[in-house]
Design a protein around this ligand. Sequence first.
Ligand code: ADP
Length: 304
Amino acid sequence: MAKCVSIMEVQNQPKKTSSLANVRVVVRLRPYMRKDDLKQQGPCVRGLDSQCLEIINWRNQLETMQYQFDAFYGEDSTQKEVYTESIEPILSNLLNGQNASVFAYGPTGAGKTHTMLGSPEQPGVIPRSVLALFRMTQAESSSRNYEQCDISISMSYLEIYQEKVLDLLEPKNQDLPIREDKEKNIFIPNLTQKTISSFADFEQHFIPASQNRTVACTKLNDRSSRSHAVLLVKDSLGGSAHSVMITNIAPEHRFYFDTLTALNFAARSKQVVNRPFTRETIQATALAPLKRPREETDTNSGSN
Ligand code: ADP
């Protein structure tokens, strides 16, 4: 099972910001999708509190490994909770001229799409953030006078698959180049940009474009697990002053090594830009024993 990411970048006009990125690393554990799975085997990973979790140590099943992140969201966490606690706070920086990005990472089936897109009943990070962005700009516009008011929102939506860029708003634009300007801003020439003036406008472009992606995924086996979807809301791809990395994980034992790899990647991301993660070994009491796989590397070989 491979990893993949979906990313939302909410960007202001390119502007030099601090080179030290401020990344908030959070982990979300999805619930069991089938009651039968839970009955057969307990989870291989579980939350300890609002920041810590533990996972069975496959080398010694009497032990677990503990991780600490900026936030941990358990099986019962809601879409609203994830958005309000971890995403909403960084959006306020946009009106100060700073950029923000959110990306989801983790094994296929662990809940990235649910967290980022969600459903009409349970909207995820992307629709909630875009709605908030419109509310924020409206409030800002009405608090400024007419001459000062220069706020417009546009969107681009692309997919990166095998290092090729596909323009999801204009699927005939395939294999677009990625360029860097003198100021090290990364951009994609000729990538479609649509100006959006309301949330309904956003949905009108976003929903069919997401379907373009789904169709492509279905046509090409395993594409979904190796492609990266990027939604850009204002106009360049590049460094971000405020980032949230959501690591999605699943409780089932069949995800164990993908979960471990994802947690280690998340912990390293946190270590690089934030404070070091702590990892301890404690006695496993309530977690179910794990069947040791033949080869750890076998399970991880599909990762990208
Ligand atoms: P991914 O995008 O990582 O491949 P999905 O988001 O498609 O995974 O999730 C796989 C399944 O699990 C979907 O049916 C999704 O609705 C469900 N799911 C994921 N996370 C949650 C959650 N937190 N609560 C309820 N259902 C979830």
